[in-house]
Design a protein around this ligand. Structure first.
Ligand SMILES: C[S@@+](CC[C@H](N)C(=O)[O-])C[C@H]1O[C@@H](n2cnc3c(N)ncnc32)[C@H](O)[C@@H]1O
Length: 222
């Protein structure tokens, strides 16, 4: 009987270990590899499961390690965290360099960003603007907006959906034109929001650039 009990215990233990290894492989490799073929599934996996409260962990890293009032340090803390600890949906360092060069080249006085998340790209853009320039960044997720408010204090953050705000920007903020617009919200909204911007009074005669993060618009810089 004792031999039977021992062998049963061993087989239960081995099954548990096997299950744990399978779960580990599923979460770390199999699901991430499968969901990358569907935008919706990838977002669901990252937003609901992987990135749960990642925004607050990013904020904590900034609070612990960045120097207040020093945008360069905020950017490098977020880059370091995302490279070494957890991936986040910031524009990141590589594409950030492209964004930097577009902003530096255009030297815009008024900028609209759609999709703030934790404020990384807003800080990135904001640090290159000249005094007197204005950057509006739009975010509809109140949790992200609260984190971004902490991360950026010199950028004007608007909490709400792009579709609601675009028609009211002129009336509310008194900005008549945007020199540069950075689209980095959900890609399903790009076309509708570009049309809305075209139809809005603040559509700029002097608009010099629209930069979109994802591949829906095939030419990244128009
Ligand atoms: C890729 S993230 C933005 C990353 C950010 N630009 C950065 O690089 O740090 C996209 C963000 O857009 C927000 N978003 C998506 N659709 C939106 C909409 N229609 N209006 C406002 N915010 C939106 C999401 O909540 C998410 O935080």
């Amino acid at each position: 009987l004792s031999l039977f009990l021992k062998s049963t215990m061993w087989s239960v233990l081995l099954s548990c270990i096997g299950l744990l290894v399978a779960l580990y492989a599923l979460c770390l490799w199999i699901i991430p590899a499968v969901v990358q073929y569907s935008g919706c599934l990838a977002l669901l996996w990252h937003d609901v499961i992987v990135e749960k409260s990642l925004d607050t962990r990013l904020l904590k890293a900034v609070q612990d390690r960045a120097i207040r009032g020093n945008p360069k340090s905020v950017i490098s803390v977020i880059d370091h965290y995302c490279r070494n600890q957890e991936w986040a949906m910031n524009v990141g360092d590589e594409k950030g360099f492209i964004l930097d060069s577009v902003v530096s080249e255009l030297n815009p006085q008024t900028v609209l960003e759609l999709g703030t998340y934790c404020g990384y790209s807003a800080v990135r853009i904001g640090r290159l603007l000249h005094s007197g320039a204005r950057l509006l960044t739009l975010e509809f997720n109140p949790d992200y907006a609260a984190v971004a408010r902490e991360v950026i204090s010199w950028v004007q953050l608007v909490e709400g959906a792009s579709g609601d705000w675009i028609p009211r920007l002129r009336e509310h903020f008194g900005i008549h034109t945007f020199d540069f617009i950075f689209l980095d919200h959900w890609k399903e909204g790009y076309l509708a929001d570009i049309k809305l911007l075209e139809a809005s009074p603040e559509r700029s005669s002097g608009l010099s650039g629209i930069c979109a993060q994802k591949s829906l618009i095939r030419q990244p810089v128009l």
